[in-house]
Each structure stands twice: as C-alpha cells, then as structure tokens.
Design a protein. Sequence first.
Length: 348
Amino acid sequence: MSDSPLKNDLLLRTIRGEKTERTPVWLMRQAGRILPEYRAVRAKLSGFVELVKTPERAAEVTIQPVDILDVDAAIIFSDILVIPEAMGLPYEMVESRGPVFPRTVRSASDIDRLKVADISDDLAYTPEAIKLVKKELDGRVPLIGFAGAPWTIFAYMIEGSGSKTFSKARAMLYQQPELADRLLQMITESTIRYLRAQIEAGADVVQIFDSWAGILPPIHFERFSLRYIRQICEAIHQVPITVFAKGAYASISQIGQLDCATVGIDWNTDIRHARSKIGAEKVLQGNLDPAALYADFGEIQQATRQMLDTFGAERHIANLGHGVYPDISPDHVRCFINEVKEYSSKLR
Ligand code: 1CP
C-alpha cells in the first residue's frame, strides 16, 4: 500500500460521516470515451482488452479525468468482465457492439471447465495498474477499485453479450437454480480475491456494480444477487465498500442493511425515499440523470443544485445515476463538477 497521505481526502472523510467543507464529486465511467485523450491512448493499442491489460496505459487513462476534469477521486481503468476471463471465459470488446463472449456457460460441464480466479496468475495486471496509479497520483485524490456484482457477471457469462432482457441468464434461475448458485458462488469467491488484491495494491475504496439488478424480480434479486453481494461485503473490511445496484428499487431497504458504507442510487430513485428506506447512517452516492448533461450550462447548474439541496450537506457523494454517456461533451461534465464544488460549499 502507498503511504503518501492524501492531499484531497474529501471522499474518505465523507464516507466516514464527517462534516466536510463541500460535497465530493466523481463520475462513473469518467475514465473513458468522453475524453479525446482516452481515445488517443486506446488508438495506439490493438483495442480495449490490450489497454486493460497494459498497466502503464491503464494507469495513464485512470489519471486523465483527475487532470482534465478535476474530480475528487480516480477509478481504476479496467472492466467488470476481467473476472470471467480469469475464470476461464475470455471476452472480446467489439466496437459499437460492446462485450462478446465466444464461449458461454449453459451446462454443468461448462462450469466444470471454469475455476475460481487466481489473481496473481490471471489478473495481476489490475493490481499492477493500481500500484502505478497510486505512485503517480502521489496522494492527490483517493483511488476507487471495483468489480461487478456476481449476478451481473453471471448474466454476461450465460448470455454471451449485453442484452435488454438477459433471457438465457434469467431462464437459468428458473430452470437450473442449483447450477446458477454454483456459478454465482465461484464468481463471488473470485471477486473477493480480486477486491482484496486491489486493496492490497492501494485501492482506498471499492465499488460493486450490479448494473443488471433491475431486471430481476425482488425475490430473485434477494435470492440470486443480494445474497452474494452480502458475502462480499462480509469478507471485505479493510476499506469502505460502495454498493450500486441499478434498478433494485423494491429491495432498497435490504440494500441499506448491507455491511457497506455507501449505497449508490440511480436517477430513477427518489432521493428522499432512498434516504428514508436506507436510514441516516449510510452515505448515498448519485444520482443526477446522465442525460441532464445534454442540457445547456444553466440547466445543468440548476439540476445539480436541486440534487444537492435534496441530498443535503452530509453523507453524500455527488455522481450521476449511472455511467456518463460517451457522447457527452467534457465541457458539460466540467460544468456539473464545478457546480457541485461551488454550490455545495455554500450549503454549509
Ligand atoms: O473504449 C471503449 O470503447 C470501450 C468502452 C468501455 C470502457 C471505457 C467498456 C466496454 N468498458 C470501459 C471501462 C469501464 N467499465 C470502467 C472504467 C472506469 C470508469 O468508470 O471510468 C468501469 C467501471 C466499467 C464497468 C462496467 N463494464 C460495467 C458496470 C458499470 C456500468 O456502466 O453499468 C459494465 C456493465 C461493463 C460492461 C461493459 N464494458 C464495456 C461496455 C460497452 C459494457 C456494457 C455493455 C452492455 O451494455 O451490456
């Protein structure tokens, strides 16, 4: 772990529930396609997967939004799909289509061919990139590590690509629940190892992305997703955890009971409702509509102020309700970031 003290520790102080001089701000998917500087680095390599696996370049694009957008945290540049790959199911990233798995999981024998990921053998590149980022950041801002939630990873491994319905993955929950549990448990163990390796390398906070939580009925969300997220939260105590389960509205109280410091909420969630269901202790992260950044500067500022007023001055990390859309102009992102900084300091 790096010992350089953080110069900007707003995010960590907020997560500890301390009163701060303003609200910290960062954006999900800030390291990526919105920045021409990112596209320039990626163009020099064979593609996305090589970028993820090249620690020097992954470190470079992780730091870009700190330099260019002046956010209060960096998030390590990687993808949630490195876990299936380390378990024996490689992915490809197809331009304008997204991730594709040449092989998928359909049967018990497919699972027999997979293993719990061995991080030092198969996934050392992310902890390596984290070490480089920590060194280069030299304490400027904290670094967020991340992983997908087991259900979201499972959904890609069964389906073989993105999907509106993830019908094959959802069918397995009804048709072969024991098989689903077997794979979910392997993903969970791989994820715990992976997050621990990220923390050992220097991640100050870790976030779990359950991007596809919202397609499950509440009973399946609790049975096949939350249960495994809970295992992860109970296994990781070295740094604070953020759980972001997009669309899991009906289970928001149960999410609030997880052993995590922060709960991410999406833009369809009413902020006051979330606070009342989750309770006063947890920090909330979010939740401006990502599409609000298409508006003109005046409207972005107004929407940002309204969000900050509703969350209140404490226990809030400003962010969007999901990842920033790739065609948003960096100037509009900067407008959001600057307004969070200026307006939230007046709220104290
Ligand atoms: O360069 C490119 O064109 C590829 C685009 C891209 C990028 C920049 C992908 C493909 N992944 C990433 C990086 C990434 N992925 C990060 C980087 C750190 C940051 O946030 O800045 C993170 C946190 C992720 C996480 C991720 N990957 C999630 C969870 C978060 C979310 O947005 O819901 C998911 C679902 C993925 C899968 C994935 N990877 C890439 C795409 C296009 C997708 C989604 C495909 C789909 O809709 O199914």
